[in-house]
Ligand binder design. Structure first.
Ligand code: ZN
Length: 191
């Protein structure tokens, strides 16, 4: 799928907003991104996950595993498209672990799937889980890479879209200088 078509999906679902936003970090940004907004539409989820599934279709995947919560919907859909099972890891205290009777077995070929990668911390923890079980890591697939190329997982990794994160210190924000109203995402009101 071409980049513009992918961006259109994010815009139509309001997962990607353009304007002048106050982020929770206190920084200002010309964009606000919330991946869950696109995943509320199964049709869009299918279209985006299809790109990931297509990339790994010849990788002999046995199992898809994703970190809760963001990765679950994406993992489920990629697994459905590949015709394999889908499980997820979740935090128990601070440790990412497999609960609910989920497991990965030695010799299994496992694909790790996530919605958005920023630092890649959760994905790395899930990779450790897979390796410590003696399974082999077939790759890492995710929808949006916001790491500016910094997240490297040492395997076949694939993202549907790379999205630069543009942020400004409030006192150096060009959008403030233009007098554009500052919006707090979710409130739809100028700050
Ligand atoms: Zn500003």
């Amino acid at each position: 799928m071409e980049k513009q078509k992918i961006l259109d999906i994010f815009m139509k679902s309001e997962a990607l907003l353009e304007g002048h936003f106050l982020l929770t970090s206190g920084l200002h940004s010309p964009q606000y991104f919330q991946c869950a907004k696109v995943l509320q539409y199964p049709r869009y989820t299918e279209q985006l996950c299809c790109v990931i599934a297509d990339h790994f279709k010849d990788s002999n995947i046995h199992t898809v595993i994703s970190p809760a919560i963001g990765g679950i919907v994406v993992g489920q859909e990629v697994a459905r498209l590949l015709g394999v099972r889908s499980i997820f890891a979740e935090r128990e205290n601070t440790q990412m672990s497999l609960r609910r009777g989920f497991d990965v077995k030695p010799g299994e070929n496992v694909l790790v799937v996530e919605d958005v990668v920023t630092t890649g911390g959760s994905v790395k923890e899930v990779i450790e889980l897979v390796k410590s079980a003696g399974s082999s890591l077939a790759g890492v697939g995710f929808i949006v890479d916001r790491s500016s190329g910094k997240a490297k997982f040492g395997s076949d990794q694939f993202s549907v879209l790379q999205m630069e994160v543009v942020v400004y210190q409030p006192d150096q924000c060009p959008l403030c200088k233009q007098g554009l109203p500052l919006v707090k995402p979710g409130s739809r009101k100028a700050v």
